[in-house]
Design a protein around this ligand. Sequence first.
Ligand SMILES: Nc1ncnc2c1ncn2[C@@H]1O[C@H](COP(=O)(O)OP(=O)(O)O)[C@@H](O)[C@H]1O
Ligand SMILES: [Mg+2]
Length: 370
Amino acid sequence: MSEIQEKLLKSLQDFQSTQLVKDKYENILEHLDSGIILFNSYGMLTFINVQMARLLGISRSSLIGCSITEILRHAQLGRSNKRKLLRIYKETIFQRKGHHEFCDERGRHWLLSITYGDQMDGDYLISAKDVSDYKLIEETAYQNDKLAMLGKISASIAHEIRNPLTAIRGFIQLLRPHLLQIGKDEYARIILAEIDRANDIISEFLNSSKPSAPQTTIINVSSLLKETVLLTESEALMKGCQIVLYEPDESTYISVDVKQIKQVILNIIKNAMDAIEEIGHDDAGIIEIHIEEVHKSVRIHIRDNGNGMDNNTLSRLFDPFFTTKESGTGLGLSVSYRIIKNHGGVISVESELGKGTQFMITLPFTKFKH
Ligand SMILES: Nc1ncnc2c1ncn2[C@@H]1O[C@H](COP(=O)(O)OP(=O)(O)O)[C@@H](O)[C@H]1O
Ligand SMILES: [Mg+2]
């Protein structure tokens, strides 16, 4: 082989191997779970990966070589995506923001970042990363912070209110013989009873908001639910609603703090009764409870046909002190959330305004008896 032939063969081999590496990297970029789009210095699209094309809802082949204006006029581009693109364009190009966040149709959160300048040879690289999981962690941390704060506030409320109450109680007792002399012992009795009631309310509030580790016992889900339903039946009857407990499988056991879990179920049933009262059903209000086994957990469903919730209520439901009721405390669900979390479980909700609400409590189960 001549020297020239050898050189030619060598450069061909070099070219092939560079091409192979290039193909490999392109393939990786194309199938990355983040979306990537590259514009050259003339504003022409030179590369787009599968994920980004999916986000735009346009086929990749019809996008290569398009300018940003052509993309905005693209026949396959849906109206909501067009609006989204225009907003991103405005923020990143005109306001020179390096980041933009948006939510797609499936409710996933994306973080968009744009890179350009010297290191990009005049190209503009836009990448979109799915940050839904980080968002969820962030929200949970925020929720936990709020709950921790609630615990602190309650402790200081206890100090601030209980002490003066104790003093008042003492003095009333001292005055009691004098009141008796003037025939007003009844006043003393009422004042003492009311102070005791105020103390009880504070204790209940503190008990429910103080974070405490669950005292677990192994219990049959079926009897736990039956006992809890029994506690609410008379109130339900008075409010004209029916509670239906679909006979659960007797063999499902969970290891929980019975008092706490009962409190959670009671909170949810009471809210359901309030929601039914709100809608004013003529005795057609119904609360259905059933359980289901999911993987290694038990899921308790509590569904009502009450007034349901709008999105604002849904998003703030578990916030301490959030209530839409005149005499509500807004503590029931925030406490329930914490109790279920302490048990290693999850509480979730689905609701439709005017139709009803379903709460789902998922708890890890202990064992099945056959
Ligand atoms: N089943 C339900 N149907 C409709 N709204 C509900 C339901 N459960 C809870 N909510 C809403 O969530 C809010 C917070 O509930 P909760 O924490 O128990 O506090 P409270 O019952 O004192 O208002 C309620 O005020 C209500 O707006
Ligand atoms: Mg409540």
